[in-house]
Design a protein around this ligand. Structure first.
Ligand code: XUL
Ligand code: CO
Length: 441
């Protein structure tokens, strides 16, 4: 068992007074909150790419972390050692799900997609073998259709019909593997589905081609028995200057336009929300309102940097407001995938565990505090009272389409002057949140 992480024990819940770095302070899997176990509210997933592949490379320097796991990088042998490491890592943390891109689990053959697919068969067989008898399973899978140079002008939005077919080939294989591994979802993140300049871009054609790729993938998946959700993961930019799935509202509008909204939901990432000029809470509220709440890529950005830093979520205020939205929407269909990476100088194997413990505890604390805000009831009551006029005679008639614009104008003319709409009491409400967060019990 202790092959790759010999210094790390099984991580247990010890409570908030524990000083043990290898213990949860808040995540207590069996604790019941609002009628459900914490583990049911928080289906955690490990992201294969950050945890097992990323070695700390940045724009200015090479890797700082050793992720050879005793094998030569770039070999199928190494790919299998990553599977072994994943199983040990997840078992020690009590994480049940994993997420991956096709080329996270195998080295891609640069010249022959058939060889890459053969390797995928071999390594997914190995994943099945190693996870048999455990409760480890696939939350979602996806394709890397942004790293290979052939995708420099996009995958679904490429100018080249040949390249488009290579994207289709990857998607077909990914859906085969989704069924094989029992994945709950498939994610489309359109890293290069957008443009650098409109001077060379036929936006209408490109968007229609992306929709066609979604449709064909949906049709293939359903044909071979994939019953899970398809997700779109919005992001406004990076790597492209402009990405078509800019934010949740844009992506949902796109899916509705092409009749794909029944099979697709959103995979919302915190750092993508802030890049779009939104909060994570905003993006989740849009999903809740539209019935498109799917899954979450858990991380956070750094407001002073402004790019996709993919840091582990450690801001309790943000996770509290995110959990508030998720609980009120009835929970996630998917889970919380840590699309997060340790900082470049956090380069030990132990840091991988510290990061996950901090992230899991921060979401657990957010869950606890969000439930307390809901049970406290002051905020919900205030919002209901604020909107009370919509339950009065004229308010109800407007909502039921029983009056015309002229009827409303006549109503205003009779009143001469409206009643005071009432204070928004923002600071009072922010005080309630702080009161719940920091009340010592
Ligand atoms: C990139 C990103 C991706 C997707 C999956 O910003 O979030 O890792 O989650 O392709
Ligand atoms: Co992501």
């Amino acid at each position: 068992m202790s092959e790759f992480f010999p210094n790390v024990p099984k991580i247990q819940y010890e409570g908030r007074d524990s000083k043990n770095p290898f213990a949860f302070k808040y995540y207590d899997a069996d604790r019941v909150i609002l009628g459900r176990k914490m583990s049911e509210h928080l289906p955690f997933a490990m992201a294969w790419w950050h945890n097992l592949c990323a070695v700390g490379v940045d724009m200015f320097g090479s890797g700082t972390t050793d992720k050879t796991f005793g094998a030569e990088m770039g070999t199928v042998e190494h790919a299998k050692r990553k599977v072994d490491a994943a199983v040990e890592f997840m078992t020690k943390l009590g994480i049940e799900y994993y997420c991956f891109h096709d080329v996270d689990v195998v080295p891609e053959d640069p010249d022959d997609i058939n060889e890459t697919n053969r390797r995928l068969d071999e390594v997914t067989d190995y994943i099945l073998e190693k996870t048999k008898g455990t409760n480890i399973k696939c939350l979602w899978t996806t394709c890397n259709m942004f790293g290979n140079p052939r995708f420099m002008n996009g995958a679904g939005s490429t100018n080249s019909a040949d390249v488009y077919c290579f994207a289709a080939a990857q998607l077909k294989k990914a859906l085969d593997n989704a069924v094989k591994l029992g994945a709950k979802g498939y994610v489309f993140w359109g890293g290069r589905e957008g443009y650098e300049t409109l001077l060379n871009t036929n936006m209408a054609l490109e968007q229609e081609n992306v929709a066609n790729l979604f449709r064909m993938t949906r049709d293939y998946g359903r044909k071979i028995g994939f019953t899970g959700d398809f997700y779109v993961e919005p992001k406004p930019k990076e790597p492209m200057k402009h990405q078509y799935d800019f934010d949740a509202a844009t992506a949902i509008g796109f899916l509705r336009k092409y009749g794909l909204d029944k099979d697709f939901k959103m995979n919302i990432e915190a750092n993508h929300a802030t890049l779009a000029g939104h909060t994570l809470q905003h993006e989740l509220r849009v999903c809740a309102v539209e019935g498109m709440m799917g899954s979450v890529d858990a991380n956070m950005g750094d407001m002073l940097l402004g790019w996709d830093t993919d840091q582990f979520p450690t801001n309790v205020y943000d996770t509290t407001m995110a959990m508030y939205e998720i609980i009120k929407a009835g929970g996630l269909r998917g889970g919380f995938n840590f699309d997060s990476k340790t900082r470049r100088p956090s380069n030990t194997m132990e840091d991988m565990f510290y990061a996950y413990i901090a992230g899991m505890d921060t979401l657990a604390l957010g869950l606890i505090k969000a439930a307390e805000i809901i049970e406290d009831g002051r905020i919900d009551r205030f919002v209901a009272e604020r909107d009370a006029s919509w339950n009065t005679c004229i308010g109800e008639k407007i909502r039921k389409h029983e009056v015309t614009l002229a009827d409303c104008a006549e109503y205003a003319a009779r009143m001469k002057k409206p009643a005071d709409p009432g204070s928004g009491h923002q600071e009072y409400l922010e005080g309630i949140v702080n009161n719940v967060l920091f009340a010592s019990k």
